[in-house]
Ligand binder design. Structure first.
Ligand code: SAM
Length: 395
């Protein structure tokens, strides 16, 4: 792996008032795992394509007298290839190790983290938790991306460990490609909106499935006069997210524990409704309900935007569909394949939007973490395609 392809060191990650402390060994572990992930992505994974082209596909063609027709056929054949098996096992193991590294980092400081969050949250009416909220079944039964207890589990009163683990270790999974504050998506979409639609001045913005607020914070910063509401079902994410935003001096976001499929906001009450890397972690039923809710809650002339990985379209090579689908099988993302298979234009038109109001864009993300290099090196400069695939519609 060449020097310029190495990931930045973990110390470059942006810190804030609730960020967990890390000692020498914990930092070394995160750095090792980020390097392992970058190595797997840039050196080992390309071998999968070679295995496909040189061994797996020719064998299938010779046996069946035809080419692959579905990504499932590609998967069945690739599963038997030793290179793919080795890469897949290493990738799963690196994810398990990343989660264990994150859990061991945050658990021994669970009390301190809860106290730090409480100090920043107390007395503020911009954090509204609802202990009676029913956690959706699809969240309850899955440890998303191998994260023990997923987003919502609370081990003690005021627990924020799930969020602190997610925040400190996201850098490992993404090898720093989301930027210092893991906010590349939110920064990219608000820059795009300001450049392309300077006349659009949203007064009320809703972010559904906000997590700990990585991508809603830059949106609130881009529109400081707007009232921003960020909702999530998981209390640990909201407690930590609210404290983090307060510490970063971002005071125009209210974090509320709510289900996006049934939030109860008034009809036509938002100018912009955003989701970022959220829809693929829902379910078919919830996704369609959320679509209808978004239409109902948007004001006429309002906008909804959704940052997701690209959909599996006919234009996408079967090999690419297959390799992207790895997360569905081995990274505890049970809705991943279904979500990326649906016709998102149809999803929004069924929700009420006009077909001609649909938009699909690829937004280029700036990355501010590249160590010792140009501060604004882009994701594409690292040899990756733009990751910010966005769809949505005007009402
Ligand atoms: C991948 S995280 C989202 C990350 C976040 N949007 C960001 O930009 O950093 C998915 C989040 O969706 C939340 N979630 C899942 N289903 C939900 C629902 N129906 N309503 C609100 N939040 C939900 C989870 O608790 C989790 O925090």
């Amino acid at each position: 792996m060449s020097k310029e392809n190495l990931p930045p060191v973990w110390n470059r990650v942006g810190k804030h008032g609730v960020f967990p402390e890390a000692n020498h060994d914990e930092i070394a572990r995160y750095n090792f795992l980020a390097n392992l992930n970058r190595y797997l992505a840039t050196v080992v994974s390309p071998g999968n394509k070679i295995a496909y082209e040189k061994r797996v596909r020719p064998k299938f063609q010779a046996e069946r007298d035809r080419d692959f027709e579905t990504r499932e056929e590609v998967r069945e054949a690739m599963k038997k290839d030793p290179h793919y098996q080795a890469w897949s096992a290493l990738r799963r193991s690196s994810m398990e190790m990343r989660q264990q590294a994150g859990r061991s980092l945050v658990l021994h400081q669970a009390n301190e983290l809860a106290e730090k969050a409480e100090r920043l949250n107390q007395g503020k009416d911009t954090l509204k938790l609802n202990p009676d909220l029913e956690i959706p079944h699809y969240v309850r039964v899955v440890d998303h991306h191998c994260m023990p207890g997923s987003y919502y589990t609370e081990l003690m009163e005021g627990d924020v460990t799930a969020a602190a683990n997610y925040d400190s270790g996201l850098f490992v999974t993404t090898t720093g490609l989301l930027g210092r504050m893991n906010d590349g998506g939110g920064r990219a979409i608000s820059q795009w909106l300001k450049t392309e639609h300077p006349e659009f001045q949203p007064k009320r913005i809703l972010d559904i499935g906000c997590g700990l607020g990585h991508n809603v914070v830059p949106i609130a910063q881009a529109y400081p006069d707007a009232e921003v509401i960020a909702i999530d079902v998981a209390a640990p994410m909201l407690r930590y997210g609210h404290a983090r935003a307060q510490d970063l001096g971002v005071n125009n976001i209210t974090f509320i524990q709510m289900d996006g499929a049934n939030s109860g906001f008034a009809d036509r009450s938002f100018d912009w409704i955003q989701t970022t890397m959220f829809l693929h972690e829902t379910s078919s039923k919830s996704l369609h309900r959320i679509g209808k809710e978004i239409y109902r809650m948007l004001k006429p002339g309002g906008l909804t935007l959704h940052i997701e990985q690209p959909q599996y379209s006919e234009d996408m090579e079967l090999y690419e569909q297959f390799i992207r689908d790895w997360d569905a099988y081995y990274n505890n993302e049970p809705f991943w394949s279904k979500m990326h298979d649906i016709d998102v234009k149809e999803l929004l038109t069924k929700a009420g939007f006009k077909e001609e109001a649909f938009i699909q864009i690829a937004v280029k993300a700036a990355n501010d973490i590249a160590e010792g290099q140009q501060a604004e090196k882009t994701v594409e400069d690292y040899g990756r395609s733009p990751i910010w695939n966005v769809f949505g519609a005007w009402k």
